[in-house]
Design a protein around this ligand. Structure first.
Ligand code: ACM
Ligand code: ZN
Length: 746
């Protein structure tokens, strides 16, 4: 009988209810992921510096002692031979291929057992979670009480990953290590490291120093330089740190697309020869590696040689996603390759490219992983497919006998706003598609959470990932049959204290606030009603233009606004801001309550308040989806306002939004003219846009048009859309958007 079956056996030897306490729900420690079996018992173990560790593995003991010290301040007195404070025993068997473990907490003894060191390591994480958040928050070395329990646990999936995009925004070495500790704490075991992309090359390659000298730095719109990279020494350090935490680091080196930073450094690997600049706008770039040049493959193979030397992982991720074929279609070398290899089209050229790289990696003893696009034109034998747009590619791969990792954007892309992908949605994710037979299911290795960082610099990463990463950590560990969202959600509410104790700057679970505004014409007064949607949060607000803080006024009742001003509000959990500020600017102007007719309709997706949105007195925030901005795709904004009677007019101020990464541009020019009868317009005045267009920043701009105080009943506004995205833009040739909110009339 091996230790594992012994453990299982002994688990059932505990008489079912003997010594079992009906531990009050709110007293139980919060465990995430919830272990397969937990039984709470009477009494507790006191964790203090007098505890003796009994273990046959020095590395795990050292890790455990250090972690306990970091979490609680307790330093075990290792010089003491006696065990006056009880003992903690690590029992390790010989079968190294399991993560199952048992954890037993008795009054004088804690035992963590598994057939493998890895299993004991996972059990240690459960033990850390049994320590109350207060002990972790204070870290004063005071003894901590651990409730007695018997736990048996094992994962449902062997691949439980997080992909961090360190190209779009760089994350420091210390920050990555902190995340490795966080992943370990929630029993995740793969760190997928997105190291290269259009906007930054982040891994030192000795043979090609320009990759980091040039490729790691980009010039931002304001002229500043942004960048950074990991030296090979940094990488070795991080990989070793991960190894001690039983986490596999899978590097991703993107090809044949998402490689502009590399081409900026070595333009000779492109179809056109360049020159190129490291990307500064987000999107999918047309310039990719040339598949016709053998020198491109030599370059990539030399890079992969160094990568292989740095990462002991059996897997290397080569991206393979989002490869526009424009350059290959126009490139004589790529066309010659298609002919010489007997390929039919550029899709097959992509497949040729990927297979050639897969073969190279295979010859070096590594397995290639690629995003689902590697299925195009035929999959390389042995390659692993990572599904991202849906589950379908994983289904296809598994049906053909290929391994797959599931990370559909709908459930695992945590860069999505929580309003669009909430805690419940994340928790509803099922890594095993129903379509697969039992035999095919074994090809699903597991799943990954992803954080793409176009809009997530390092300081916002916690807020993006938490609390939703906890839902996914549980999804990756537990069999879907044994999960229940309501139960998880209740447990989650009690996990916030632990997150705070760990120093995690969590964000929100989903939509956290709803609000509505109304205008009372008779009283010339706006009312704002706000309510929170998430449990246990408070809403705080300001009216002086400052950002709401934990000390700001607590919202209790409807707020009334009687003068031009702005109202800012946000949700807090205790003194913790959870990540979204709403700002409503109220403007009491002459067109409030007037009629407005549009010549070209707005897009229904961005209708804001419909017909009156542009003269409702409430201005939009810098979020184009906030319900205040009206969007026009590919057409001008031509509006006529009817004030109902003649009024004196001195100024008309329309406001537009610029958000070029979202294809939203400022108008080329804006004109305003006036009329008494709605037919004959006069006093036409115009201003042109003067903001440099190639600018990824989100901003809004007023186009104030002044008059020498004339009287008129009708006001016509004409704002000219640039119509199509300019040549430098990733959406070049596609329809450009105009977003407008509020046409203020003074
Ligand atoms: C991806 O999101 N392009 C993998
Ligand atoms: Zn080419």
């Amino acid at each position: 009988m091996g230790i594992r079956s012994l453990l299982l056996y002994s688990f059932f030897l505990f008489p079912p209810l003997a010594g079992l306490v009906t531990c009050a729900e709110e007293m139980k420690p919060v465990l995430i992921p919830l272990p397969e079996k937990v039984e709470w018992r009477q009494g507790s173990f006191v964790l203090s510096d007098h505890v003796r560790i009994v273990s046959s593995t020095a590395q795990l003991t050292k890790y455990f002692e250090k972690r306990i010290q970091i979490l609680t301040g307790i330093a075990f007195d290792t010089s003491s031979k006696e065990n006056s404070g009880g003992e903690i025993i690590f029992q390790i068997g010989r079968d190294s291929a399991t993560e199952s473990y048992s954890l037993s907490v008795e009054q004088r003894r804690v035992t963590i057992s598994s057939e493998s060191e890895e299993g004991v390591f996972r059990g240690m994480q459960t033990f850390f979670q049994l320590i109350a958040p207060e002990a972790k928050a204070h870290r004063n070395g005071m003894p901590a009480e651990i409730p007695s329990c018997e736990i048996f646990d094992r994962p449902a999936f062997r691949w439980r990953g997080l992909n961090l995009d360190c190209s779009r925004h760089f994350m420091s070495k210390e920050f990555i290590k902190r995340y490795l500790d966080i992943l370990a704490y929630y029993k995740m075991n793969v760190f997928h490291w997105h190291l290269t992309d259009d906007q930054g090359w982040r891994i030192e390659i000795r043979r090609y120093p320009q990759l980091t000298r040039i490729g790691a730095w980009r010039t931002e719109a304001d002229g500043s330089r942004y960048g950074g990279y990991y030296t090979q020494e940094d990488i070795r350090d991080i990989v070793a740190y991960a190894q001690r935490r039983f986490i596999t680091v899978v590097p991703e080196i993107e090809m044949p697309g998402h490689c502009l930073a590399s081409l900026a450094a070595y333009p000779e690997n492109s179809c056109t020869g360049g020159p190129f600049e490291v990307g500064t706008v987000w999107g999918v770039m047309k310039d990719v590696y040339c598949a016709g040049r053998d020198s491109t493959f030599t370059f990539l193979e030399n890079i992969l040689d160094e990568v292989i030397g740095l990462f002991p992982s059996p897997y290397i991720h080569i991206g393979g996603d989002e490869v526009p074929k424009d350059r290959w279609k126009a490139c004589p070398r790529c066309q010659a390759r298609i002919k010489a290899e007997g390929l039919h089209n550029e899709e097959e050229l992509q497949s040729y490219f990927i297979k050639r790289i897969a073969d190279y990696l295979h010859s070096k003893g590594k397995t290639m992983i690629g995003w689902e696009e590697i299925l195009q034109g035929g999959l390389a034998p042995g390659a692993i497919v990572q599904a991202w747009q849906s589950m379908q590619p994983a289904i296809e791969a598994a049906q053909e006998g290929h391994c797959a990792i599931c990370s559909p954007a709908s459930h695992t892309y945590l860069n999505a706003d929580p309003e669009d992908l909430d805690l419940r949605t994340a928790y509803s994710f099922k890594p095993i598609p129903d379509e697969l037979s039992a035999g095919q299911q074994k090809f699903i290795l597991g799943a990954e959470a992803n954080l793409w960082t176009e809009y997530a610099p390092q300081e916002t990463v916690d807020q993006k990932l938490f609390p939703r990463l906890l839902a996914l950590a549980e999804v990756f560990w537990k069999n879907p049959k044994n999960r229940n969202y309501e139960e998880f959600h209740t447990r989650m509410q009690r996990a916030y204290d632990d997150l705070s104790a760990l120093g995690i700057e969590y964000g929100r679970e989903g939509k956290v606030v709803t609000y509505s505004t109304s205008y009372d014409t008779a009283r010339s007064e706006f009312s704002v009603d706000i309510s929170s949607v998430q449990d246990g949060v408070q809403i705080r607000y300001t009216t002086d233009g400052s950002a709401p803080s934990a000390q700001s006024e607590l919202y209790r009742n409807r707020i009334k606004i009687q003068a031009t001003s702005s109202l800012a509000f946000a949700a807090f959990k205790g003194d913790h801001f959870i990540g979204k500020q709403f700002t409503l600017a109220f403007d009491f102007h002459k067109a409030l309550g007037a009629k407005l007719v549009l010549l070209h309709p707005y897009d229904e997706r961005y209708r804001a308040g419909g017909e009156t949105a542009l003269i409702d007195g409430i201005r939009g925030t810098n979020d184009f989806r906030d319900g205040a901005w009206q969007g026009f795709e590919g057409v001008d904004v031509d509006a006529v306002i009817d004030l109902g009677k003649e009024r004196k007019i001195s100024k008309v101020i329309p406001r537009f939004l610029m958000n070029t990464p979202s294809w939203i541009f400022l108008p080329k020019r804006v004109g305003v003219s006036l009329s008494d009868d709605g037919t004959h317009f006069h006093d036409k005045k115009e201003i042109s846009d003067d903001v440099p267009q190639k600018n990824p920043e989100i901003l809004f701009k007023d186009f104030p048009i002044e008059f020498d105080t004339v009287s008129a009943r009708f006001i016509k506004l004409a704002a000219e859309n640039i119509k199509v995205c300019p040549p430098w833009h990733p959406g070049a040739g596609g329809k450009a958007w105009l977003f407008i909110d509020e046409i203020v009339v003074k």
